[in-house]
Design a protein around this ligand. Sequence first.
Ligand code: HEM
Length: 369
Amino acid sequence: MADGTVRPVKLADGQRLWLVSGYDNVRRFFTDDRFSRARAIQMGAPSFDNPELMINMDPPDHTRIRRFAAHAFAPRQIERLRQPLMDFATELCAEIADSQPPVDLVPRFANLLPIRAICDLLGIPFADRQRFAHLGDAASVIPGGDTGPVRQAEAQLGEYVGQLVESRRRCPTDDFLSTLITAGDKEDQLSESELISTVISILVAGYQTTIGQFSSFVLELLQRPEQWARLRAEPALFPSAIEELLRYVHSSTAGASLFRVATEDVQLDGGTVPAGGAVIASLKSANLDPARFADPERLDFDRTPNRHLSFGSGSHYCLGAQLARLELQIGIAALVSQFETMRLAVPAQELRYAPNLAMRNLVALPVAW
Ligand code: HEM
């Protein structure tokens, strides 16, 4: 499946799609504006179908909204999160070390670090995390059935974020949210509901993905004790190790992209997607394409270059990629350095994933040491 192909597929619910595979095809899928996200949600994508979420927009609206968000996501705003996140990860590890094994890393570590990062980024008190995480979880599920609860969670999340924006307007700081509000207000180019939707985009896209990747990366490393030992011995490897895990482990997006609709016939390697056709791209086939990555099935922390497509490409390229990298590096480094002999406390076959068509997140990851 890693070769460049375009195939018709039928989903379990009867929807017909074109599946695009192979590195070059998948990159074209992300970068060719004739594949439209806005058209995809008009066709009734099962969730995330708010047309004001930036992931659901096409140019020129997408370009305008994304410019504000990218401005607020300046490297300075990400870098200021580093030390607090390192301190928090060390704290979580110390609490785990003080506990009686086995400990479930999902609630005790994987769930907490990305939520802490989003709270710090948006200036939300960490104590509020239950409230917004509950709504964010409900809003980011693609249920495959009744969408009522998703709608309700989206509406409540909108209310919550509206209050947050209002309070920051009253007392501005120099944080991410204030930067976004000020930029939008100054140029009078971001309506109130667009502003709220932009924050929701970041909130919803920003932690479930990282939570999923985090526990899957730890699982992968626990099954390779020699790699765990190597990272302990060579901490300088962390950035390239995380990059390779991003390429190799296909979990947070279940190995596939969000879908788009072709606005005209688009010719790709191995076939044509007809105008009006719904298309989905296999990220897994791109990241394991032997034409792009030598020995692609090997987890190789020395791999360079490593231009995987796990964060997408083109105009919708993941806005939080740098933050995700920072969180994953800090979290995995804290665990690996604190626990020399961490191991799975149950057979890997007993681990289960949450029922969600959009993401593949482990329900529990019990470990001992
Ligand atoms: C390991 C964790 C993450 C992965 C694997 C991931 C993956 C992706 C992918 C593949 C896309 C493009 C989707 C498409 O074009 O169809 C995307 C978009 C996006 N991501 Fe991430 N993401 C991660 C973490 C984050 C974080 C931490 C944030 C924010 C704090 C974030 C915010 C966004 C936003 C706002 C978009 C939409 C950008 C746009 O439409 O222009 N992501 N992400």
